[in-house]
Design a protein around this ligand. Structure first.
Ligand code: HEM
Length: 210
């Protein structure tokens, strides 16, 4: 759980960095070129396949762990730092299931369309034709229902990461007098900054393009 979770934590940083190009005031050129590169580069494609496996493993292991905890009704860790636990820590399986539903919607909006969709918008830069991913993103995010569901999904992600980041290190047994409090603070900062960074995108598109 923790190793797959740590990989997904890294994936979110890369995904957000790329997606921030949606904010460039260039009619979507930077974002389209980036998306085209990501979907054609062979190395990125291998990492992407690994990513799908990590997401599925993380979800399946999470369900198994939740079932085991329910049965045992004990502590999740061999050594507990303290008895205070957040709402998020007790609801990781629920939050994870909601994130899975969010991903289902998200993949349906973009990944599935880009791979199997017909009548995709196309654009050409310097004679190179590619999918106009920017127009597709704008067409989804400028609709109030989808925009709202993205924001809800990202709030759920924030709660999941609030507990998940530090938990991953604790599960790996990486406890240290000096570094554990630092990891905890870093985890909380990550849990706020990353979902907030993503949330800016649907909000920005909705309020500037619809
Ligand atoms: C709200 C901001 C977001 C935007 C605008 C966005 C945009 C996109 C786009 C355009 C793609 C398709 C790229 C392609 O297939 O070539 C994509 C793929 C994907 N997104 Fe997002 N995304 C957002 C948030 C998220 C979040 C929060 C997660 C995870 C919780 C996520 C997980 C994924 C995954 C797993 C893929 C498939 C990647 C691959 O095929 O390699 N996205 N996203």
């Amino acid at each position: 759980m923790s190793l797959t979770g740590l990989f997904l934590i890294l994936f979110l940083i890369v995904h957000l960095t790329g997606n921030l190009q949606l904010l460039s005031d260039d009619g979507g050129e930077a974002f389209n070129i980036y998306t085209d590169f990501m979907s054609h580069n062979p190395l990125i494609q291998i990492i992407a396949k690994g990513n799908y496996i990590f997401i599925l493993s993380h979800a399946i292991l999470g369900i198994l762990l939740a079932l085991k905890n329910k049965k045992a009704k004990g502590s999740k860790y061999a050594v507990s730092a303290n008895n205070k636990s957040s709402w998020a820590s007790g609801n990781m399986a629920l939050l994870g299931t909601l994130i899975f539903a969010f991903l289902f919607m998200h993949m349906g909006h973009f990944w599935f369309q880009f791979k199997f969709g017909s009548e995709l918008p196309l654009v050409s830069y310097d004679g190179v034709e590619m999918i106009d991913a920017y127009t597709k993103v704008v067409s989804v995010m400028s609709q109030p229902l989808w925009m709202a569901l993205y924001i809800v999904g990202l709030a759920v992600l924030a709660f999941h990461l609030w507990h998940g980041f530090a938990s991953a290190f604790q599960t790996l047994g990486l406890r240290h007098k000096k570094y554990t409090p630092l990891i905890s603070v870093l985890g909380k900062a990550y849990a706020i900054i990353i979902p907030l960074g993503f949330a800016i995108l649907p909000l920005y598109i909705f309020f500037t393009q619809s």
